[in-house]
Design a protein around this ligand. Structure first.
Ligand code: ADP
Ligand code: MG
Length: 626
C-alpha cells in the first residue's frame, strides 16, 4: 500500500489479488458485458435498503428525503453511463474498506473458481461479492462520488481508478447523500450509452428490484423521468400474478446465482402471525456452503423494509442452502439481531418455514427421482447434519436421506430408508449399516460377510458426516439402527436354531485358543471372541454397543480431540485357514507374533492405521519365510 500527496488527495494501491481481479475484468470477461449494470444496480438497491433500516432508529439520516430511488443516466457523445442512488453512502474509510485496497474473502475464491468460459465466469461475479469491480468490464475509468447519510456536505468522497494498480481518494463537497458511479466507457462498450440498450438490460435483470429505477424520458417533446421497473416487492404479490420467469429472475437476484432455481415455494400466511415467505432451493451448491462466514441466506423484511440477511435465525444450519425472503407483518420494525435471537414470532416463522422446505423436498423426492438425485448430490451431506440438529423433524429428515447400499454395485447414494425397509428379510427387525472412511472400505468390510451370505442388505456410510448423523439416531419407522461393527452380532430370527447351536459349539471348542490369544494381545484388546460374522476373513474388530465406533474415534482423534481410549474386541473366524494356523502355533514361541498379525489385519481391514506398520511388515515376512 502506498500513500502520497496532501492530506486530502491520496493515491492508494490495490492488493495483488484485487489487481488480478481487475485484470480479469478488463481482459477476460468481455463477452457478457451487460452484467455490470445488474451488479451496480444491485449495490444501489442494497444501499437504499440499508438506509431504510438504519433510519428506523435514526430518522435524521433521511435528511428530509425519504423517497429512495436509483437513477440511470447516460451521455452518448461523451460515452458515459451514470448510476446514482440516494442510499446509505460511504465514509472515506468505508470506501477504502469496501472497494479499495484489500481483497475481500470472496476475491480469491472467485479467481480460483474461474473456468475460462467467459460467459459462465462473468456470471459468478455477484455470488462472490466482487460485483463492484465489474464496472471495469465496460469502463476505462470509474469515478465514484459518495457521501454517507447524516454526514455534512463537506464529507463527500471521490474515488477514481483506471482499474490498473492504484486509485485516488479525495474528500469533496457533495450536497446529496448517497452514491454516484460514473463510468467512462471503453471503446468496446460505447453501445451502453444508449437509452434503448440500458432499458433493455435493466428490465431484463433488475425489474424485481424493489427500489424504483428511473431514467429520463426519451423522445422529441418528452421531459422528466419515469420509473422503468415494477419496483414492487414480488413476494407480496399474489401467486397467480407471478410468472415462472419472474420467480426465476427474482431468485437470481436474491441468491446472486445465474441459474434458475431447482424449486421454490411461495406462501402468504394470515392469522395469528401474518407473513409472506418465498423460499428457493438452488440447483447447485454455492462455493461457501461449508464456510462459516458465508454471505447469503434468507433476507428478512418487516412490512417490506429490509432488516437483515441472516440465515441462522431463519433457517437451521442443515438447510443453509435455502435462499429467499421472509417478510413479517407483525415484528416490530426496530428488531435487532439480539431480539431475533429470542423471539417467539421468529421461532414460529422459522418452524413453519422449515416444514415448508421439508415438504417441498419430499414433493421432489416423490415426483421427480432424477431431480431429487441431483439435489442429493449437491446438498445431501448438509441434509445429513439435520437429524443431529433438528430433533423435532428427525423422522422427516431421515426419510429424505439417501444411502449407498449393498443392494447397489456402485457408490451412488439413492436408497431411502423406506426402500430399505421394504426389502427387509422375513424376521429382520433392524436396519443394518456400516460406516467407514471410504466407499471401498465400507463395501469390502469384513463385517458384511455374513450379511452377504444371508442376502441381507446393509447401508454403506462413508461421508464424514455419517458417523455424526448415526450417533444421533436410534430408530426409524419403529426399527432400530444397528451398526454391523458394533456389539455381539445377534441376527435374531434371521438365524435358525441349528445355526445358533453350531455357533455355541464353535465358541466352546475354541475357548482355549481364545484365552491364549487374549493373553498374547494383552492391553490391545478388551476381549477376544469367536464370531460368525465372517466367512472369508480370519478376524475383525468390533466395539461394544455403547462405545464409539472405531472409525469415529479415529476421525475425532485426527481432528485433534482428546479421546478416552476404547479398546476394541477382536473377533475370530475359527474356520478360516489363518485362524487354524495360529491355533496350531499355540504354545510355540511364534504364537505372539501370529496373534499380532490377526489383530493388525483386522485393523487394516477396518481402514485403520497400525501403531507399528514397519513392525507388522517385518513380522509378517519373518513368519512367511520361517
Ligand atoms: P457485495 O455487493 O456483494 O458486497 P460489491 O463488490 O458489489 O460486493 O460491493 C462491495 C461493497 O461496496 C458493498 O458491500 C458495499 O458496502 C459497498 N458499496 C458498493 N456500492 C455501493 C453503493 N452504491 N452505496 C453504498 N455502498 C456501496
Ligand atoms: Mg454487490
Amino acid at each position: 500500500m502506498t500513500s502520497t500527496v496532501d492530506s486530502h488527495k491520496e493515491t492508494l494501491g490495490f492488493e495483488t489479488e484485487v489487481k488480478q481481479l481487475l485484470h480479469l475484468m478488463v481482459h477476460a470477461l468481455y463477452s457478457n458485458k451487460e452484467i455490470f449494470l445488474r451488479e451496480l444496480i444491485s449495490n444501489a438497491s442494497d444501499a437504499c435498503d440499508k438506509l431504510r433500516f438504519e433510519a428506523l432508529s435514526n430518522d435524521n439520516l433521511y435528511e428530509g428525503d425519504t423517497d429512495l430511488r436509483i437513477k440511470v443516466d447516460f451521455d452518448a457523445d461523451a460515452g458515459i453511463v451514470t448510476i446514482k442512488d440516494n442510499g446509505i453512502g460511504m465514509s472515506r474509510d468505508e470506501v477504502v474498506e469496501n472497494i479499495g485496497t484489500i481483497a475481500k474473502s470472496g476475491t480469491k475464491s472467485f479467481i480460483e473458481a474461474l473456468s475460462g468460459d467467459q460467459k459462465a465466469d462473468s456470471q459468478l461475479i455477484g455470488q462472490f461479492g466482487v460485483g463492484f469491480y465489474s464496472a471495469f468490464i465496460v469502463a476505462k475509468k470509474v469515478v465514484l462520488n459518495t457521501r454517507k447519510a447524516g454526514a455534512s456536505a463537506d464529507h463527500g468522497v471521490r474515488w477514481e481508478s483506471e482499474g490498473e494498480g492504484t486509485y485516488t481518494l479525495e474528500t469533496t463537497d457533495k450536497a446529496d447523500r448517497g452514491t454516484e458511479i460514473i463510468l467512462f466507457l471503453n471503446d468496446e462498450a460505447k453501445e451502453f450509452a444508449d437509452a434503448f440498450r440500458l432499458r433493455n438490460v435493466i428490465t431484463r435483470y433488475s425489474d424485481h428490484i424493489s427500489i424504483p429505477i428511473y431514467m429520463d424520458k426519451q423522445g422529441e417533446d418528452e421531459s422528466g423521468e419515469e420509473a422503468i421497473n415494477q419496483a414492487s416487492a414480488l413476494w407480496k404479490r399474489a401467486k397467480k400474478d407471478i410468472s415462472e420467469d419472474e420467480y426465476n429472475e427474482f431468485y437470481k437476484h436474491v441468491a446472486h446465482d445465474f441459474e434458475d432455481p431447482m424449486a421454490y415455494i411461495h406462501n402468504h400466511v394470515e392469522g395469528n402471525q401474518s407473513y409472506s415467505s418465498l423460499l428457493y432451493v438452488p440447483k447447485r451448491a454455492p462455493f461457501d456452503l461449508y464456510d462459516r462466514e458465508r454471505r447469503h441466506g434468507i433476507k428478512l423484511y418487516v412490512r417490506r423494509v429490509f432488516i437483515m440477511e441472516d440465515s441462522e435465525k431463519l433457517m437451521p444450519e442443515y438447510l443453509r442452502f435455502v435462499r429467499g425472503v421472509i417478510d413479517s407483518d407483525d415484528l416490530p420494525l426496530n428488531v435487532s439481531r439480539e431480539i431475533l435471537q429470542h423471539n417467539r414470532q421468529i421461532d414460529t416463522i422459522r418452524g413453519a418455514s422449515v416444514k415448508k422446505v421439508l415438504g417441498m423436498l419430499e414433493g421432489i423426492a416423490k415426483d421427480d427421482a432424477e431431480k431429487y438425485a441431483e439435489f442429493w448430490k449437491e446438498f445431501g451431506k448438509v441434509i445429513k447434519e439435520g437429524p443431529a440438529e433438528d430433533f423435532a423433524n428427525k423422522e422427516r429428515i431421515l426419510k429424505l436421506v439417501r444411502f449407498a447400499s449393498t443392494h447397489n454395485d456402485n457408490d451412488t447414494q439413492n436408497v431411502s430408508l423406506d426402500e430399505y425397509i421394504s426389502r427387509m428379510k422375513e424376521g429382520q427387525t433392524k436396519i443394518y449399516y456400516v460406516t467407514a472412511e471410504t466407499y471401498a472400505a465400507a463395501k469390502n468390510s469384513p463385517h458384511l460377510e455374513v450379511f452377504a451370505k444371508k442376502g441381507i442388505e446393509v447401508l454403506l456410510l462413508c461421508d464424514r458426516v455419517d458417523e455424526w448423523m448415526m450417533s444421533h439416531v436410534t430408530d426409524y419407522d419403529g426399527k432400530n439402527f444397528q451398526s454391523v461393527a458394533k456389539g455381539d452380532l445377534d441376527l435374531g430370527e434371521l438365524e435358525d436354531e441349528a445355526e445358533k447351536e453350531e455357533h455355541k459349539k464353535a465358541a466352546e471348542e475354541a475357548k482355549d485358543f481364545v484365552d491364549k490369544l487374549k493373553e498374547a494381545l494383552g492391553e490391545k484388546v478388551k476381549e477376544v471372541r469367536i464370531t460368525h460374522r465372517l466367512t472369508n476373513s480370519p478376524s475383525c474388530l468390533v466395539v461394544e454397543d455403547d462405545d464409539m465406533a472405531v472409525n469415529l474415534q479415529r476421525m475425532l482423534k485426527a481432528a485433534g480431540q482428546a479421546m478416552p481410549e476404547t479398546k476394541p474386541i477382536l473377533e475370530i473366524n475359527p474356520v478360516h485357514p489363518l485362524s487354524k494356523k495360529v491355533e496350531q502355533e499355540a504354545g510355540s514361541e511364534r504364537f505372539n507374533a501370529w496373534a499380532g498379525i490377526l489383530f493388525d489385519q483386522a485393523m487394516l481391514a477396518e481402514g485403520g492405521q497400525l501403531q507399528d506398520p514397519a513392525g507388522f511388515v517385518k513380522t509378517l515376512n519373518e513368519l512367511m519365510f520361517e
